[in-house]
Design a protein around this ligand. Structure first.
Ligand SMILES: CC(C)(COP(=O)(O)OP(=O)(O)OC[C@H]1O[C@@H](n2cnc3c(N)ncnc32)[C@H](O)[C@@H]1OP(=O)(O)O)[C@@H](O)C(=O)NCCC(=O)NCCS
Length: 179
């Protein structure tokens, strides 16, 4: 088992050269994956946070895409390679997102998750997110999502369990049943 806390694991800004692998992970994870064009567009757009998780010898294992709207930051996409799930990498990516958002002064974190995607919901709940609204027919196929929200704690330095656009693209970020 790979130690998810290994210092060799890096979460860093995505490069355009990463699009090919990101596209493969999208295709494997979702029924309605983002296109390569959308992935490229997010990488070059300064309003977006696009970061990838790399492991020496394995390459790119996962990524997330988020974007800021005023004081809010929304998670638009999160994927971990199927072969590397349940090892803590999803949690690592979400913690990185929280840190990146806080650095930008974005205190309110939001995401949408399919009501059927219990795995992802458990992960988010464990990191302090709470479902605040049911988004009826959020997905193109009519399925529902929960809006989940995490307000930054008064002391921004701690995370639960840790030791220590106007949205013009809304349609494009809607998720498939698997999300
Ligand atoms: C959702 C997703 C990103 C989670 O990624 P992940 O790497 O499997 O997430 P983690 O490993 O951090 O957490 C998953 C589970 O593994 C457990 N886990 C974490 N580290 C572990 C370890 N070292 N050993 C065993 N289990 C571990 C976690 O506790 C968690 O269990 P839970 O179900 O009790 O919460 C991944 O399932 C995925 O890509 N799904 C498809 C796309 C998707 O649904 N994206 C979310 C859209 S909203």
């Amino acid at each position: 088992m790979i130690n998810p806390l290994s210092t060799e694991i890096q979460v860093e800004p995505a490069q355009l050269a990463d699009v090919e692998v990101m596209d493969r992970l999208e295709q494997e994870a979702f029924n309605t994956p983002w296109s390569r064009e959308l992935l490229r567009g997010a990488i070059v757009n300064a309003e977006y946070i696009v970061r990838v998780l790399r492991l020496p010898g394995e390459g790119l294992l996962g990524f997330y895409i988020a974007h800021g709207v005023e004081e809010r930051c929304n998670l638009d996409n999160l994927v971990v390679d199927l072969a590397f799930r349940n090892r803590g990498y999803g949690s690592l990516l979400i913690r990185d997102w929280i840190e990146q958002a806080e650095r930008r002064g974005l205190a309110r974190l939001t995401l949408q998750v399919n009501t059927a995607n219990r795995d992802a919901q458990r992960l988010y709940e464990g990191l302090g997110f709470r479902a605040t609204r049911l988004l009826v027919s959020y997905y193109p196929n009519g399925e529902d999502a929960y809006l989940m929200v995490r307000e930054a704690p008064p002391d921004h330095s701690t995370l639960p369990g840790s030791p220590a656009r106007p949205d013009t693209r809304k349609q494009k970020t809607r998720r498939s049943p698997s999300r």
